[in-house]
Design a protein around this ligand. Structure first.
Ligand SMILES: [Zn+2]
Length: 141
């Protein structure tokens, strides 16, 4: 559904990440949007944590701190739960988000980019989703 990926793309534009802006949109079985998110720093931490991708100390990079779009979309849900919903996301979920997607009961993932296809995180993510029986497919624009 074009409009749901458009919503995910629009959400991504809100991200302050200078390198990778990601948006996610959760859609229920009635084709209603029940959650939207983009990658950001935790509430109250904006401007106080680094967006850097590489530093001598990993604690000076964004990685230990950033909340991914999928996490935010699930946390921001405006429905009782997201069981049976489809997640539209502009980048293939990492393994941490795959765990959240599984535990939240989301039943399908539709993604746009897959630029980290060969990383350990993405391989672990596919293994998790495959094992949990959650289908994922690339969005055709
Ligand atoms: Zn993630």
């Amino acid at each position: 559904m074009e409009r749901f990926m458009d919503e995910a793309r629009r959400a991504a534009q809100n991200s302050k990440d200078p390198n990778t802006q990601v948006g996610a949109c959760i859609v229920n079985q009635e084709k209603k949007i029940v959650g939207i998110g983009y990658n950001c720093m935790p509430n109250g931490c904006d401007g106080q944590l680094p967006w850097t991708r590489s530093a001598d100390d990993r604690l000076d990079t964004k990685y230990p701190y950033v909340c991914h779009a999928e996490l935010n979309a699930i946390m921001n849900k405006n429905s009782a739960d997201v069981k049976g919903c489809t997640m539209y996301v502009t980048l293939f979920p990492c393994n941490e988000c795959a765990k959240l997607i599984i535990q939240a009961g989301i039943s399908k993932v539709i993604y746009l980019d897959d630029k980290y296809h060969d990383t350990q995180e993405t391989k672990a993510s596919r293994r998790l989703l495959d094992t949990a029986g959650i289908p994922y497919e690339q969005f055709n624009c």
